[in-house]
Write a protein that binds this ligand. Structure first.
Ligand SMILES: [Zn+2]
Length: 218
């Protein structure tokens, strides 16, 4: 009997070891497979840090002359959902961008008279706020003079993404002389139009699309 008991215990021991091993492998395997979900608090923090770094770099390269304030993070530090945190910060950055105060002033860089065309002076007068026939020539001249850079937010852009801001708005009697025109990006044009007319929409800003897609990628 003693022998059998010994045998029995021995086998029980072996079974127990095997099942323990299996159980441990299962637990370790599960932990490993779902490590991002189970230890989300560790991983998500790293993600947030990476996101902040990418966001900061993106803002500095796109808007080299602007400074954005990240102090809002302090206010949302207790937000447990990392995605909610990211988008709350993005919205705050966009609010800062919309709130930049700007007083358009004449560009110091002049376009020399021989760069201008024969109909220039004639078409520079503002009649009925309609764009003059030589508008594209005018816009091109401003695009080059202002070095393809938004004069408000410092973003570099392609001609198709640019717009013109009138120092003295057309509605207030401003004209189409190049001295009254400044190159701005689409976003700044929309924001400045909104300041003059609050019925304009600020929903579709490029900065919103850019930063939201950054949020999705990180
Ligand atoms: Zn701009």
């Amino acid at each position: 009997m003693e022998n059998l008991d010994f045998l029995g215990n021995h086998f029980l021991g072996a079974d127990f070891s095997i099942s323990s091993m299996l159980l441990i492998s299962l637990v370790v395997g599960t932990l490993f497979t779902f490590r991002r979900k189970i230890f989300f608090f560790l991983y998500k923090e790293t993600d947030i840090d990476l996101f902040l770094k990418t966001l900061d770099e993106k803002l500095k390269t796109t808007y080299p002359k602007l400074t954005f304030d990240f102090r809002y993070l302090e206010k949302i530090k207790d937000e447990p959902n990392p995605d909610a945190k990211k988008y709350a910060l993005i919205d705050n950055i966009i609010n800062q961008y919309e709130a930049i105060s700007y007083t358009p002033i004449h560009s110091k860089k002049l376009i020399s008279a021989n760069m201008l065309w024969s109909s220039y002076a004639f078409n520079s007068k503002n009649t009925n706020n309609k764009l003059p026939e030589d508008w594209l020539l005018r816009k091109n001249a401003i695009f080059e003079r202002d070095e393809k850079t938004c004069q408000k937010c410092s973003k570099k852009m392609a001609l198709k993404d640019s717009d013109i801001l009138f120092i003295k708005p057309l509605e207030k009697g401003g004209d189409f002389y190049v001295e009254n025109m400044l190159l701005v990006c689409n976003d700044c044009a929309k924001i400045e139009k909104y300041k003059l007319d609050k019925t304009q929409s600020l929903k579709f800003l490029d900065i919103r699309e850019d930063l939201y897609s950054l949020g999705k990628d990180h």
